[in-house]
Design a protein around this ligand. Structure first.
Ligand SMILES: CC(C)(COP(=O)(O)OP(=O)(O)OC[C@H]1O[C@@H](n2cnc3c(N)ncnc32)[C@H](O)[C@@H]1OP(=O)(O)O)[C@@H](O)C(=O)NCCC(=O)NCCS
Length: 194
């Protein structure tokens, strides 16, 4: 049984903070649920009502308790949730973790996804086991791969027919960031078993 994980109190970046979801974030989840893409890529239910949005928020907390991974709300300078970003250790290889994210339409184009990705990556190096972060993007999703590049991720190639999205197998670009020598791998907000 995987051990429970602990979310740090807050991870800060340029104009954003990563923090735990709370029930006050329900409107943000409802907005995300009306996005044409986010429900196809994530577990945000399509056209969620308040109850559906609260269930999504509860699931983010469960991911931590079950040891599945770290799901943060991305909050703006006024502490309004504007998106989500998650770090998901790969089950059979604790040295690798994948990253996924979304930002609601009303908050896009302000550099928030890039800032959240950079903050998450830098925090990830405080987790002693993580050596490689990876993310997967459809080639047409310029905003997503540009955010990844702005946060120091490098394009590795195109994985053909990699994953089913919207009922079809899709090609996905794979991006990664590797722990650099000199980046911390000790001291941490990660307290397995806490
Ligand atoms: C992809 C997404 C997270 C980008 O969020 P964002 O906060 O607007 O991103 P940023 O403001 O950090 O922009 C990052 C870069 O992409 C560019 N960009 C953003 N949206 C763009 C778009 N629709 N088309 C082209 N470029 C775009 C920005 O200009 C910026 O480029 P720069 O670094 O050269 O200045 C957001 O559009 C989203 O949530 N989309 C739906 C879900 C999704 O695709 N998630 C990622 C799955 S892999």
């Amino acid at each position: 049984m995987p051990r429970a994980l602990v979310l740090p109190a807050a991870v800060t970046g340029a104009g954003i903070a990563l923090r735990a979801f709370c029930d006050d974030d329900v409107e943000t989840v409802c907005e995300a649920s009306r996005d044409p893409l986010i429900p196809d890529l994530t577990t945000v239910p399509r056209d969620a009502d308040r109850r559906g949005a609260l269930a999504y928020i509860a699931r983010q907390h469960r991911r931590l308790r079950s040891g599945t991974g770290y799901s943060f709300a991305i909050a703006d300078a006024a502490d309004r949730a504007i998106g989500q970003i998650g770090l998901w250790p790969v089950r059979d290889d604790p040295g690798r973790a994948s990253v996924g994210y979304w930002v609601v339409e009303s908050a896009r184009g302000n550099g928030h996804a890039s800032a959240a990705l950079r903050a998450l990556s830098e925090w990830a190096w405080t987790l002693p086991s993580i050596e490689r972060l990876e993310l997967f993007v459809e080639p047409w999703n310029t905003g997503s791969w540009k955010a990844a590049e702005a946060a120091g991720f490098q394009r590795e190639g195109l994985l053909r027919s990699w994953r089913v999205i919207r009922s079809e197998r899709r090609d996905l670009l794979v991006y990664s960031r590797i722990r650099e020598s000199g980046e911390p791998n000790v001291g941490s907000a990660h307290r397995p078993g806490a």
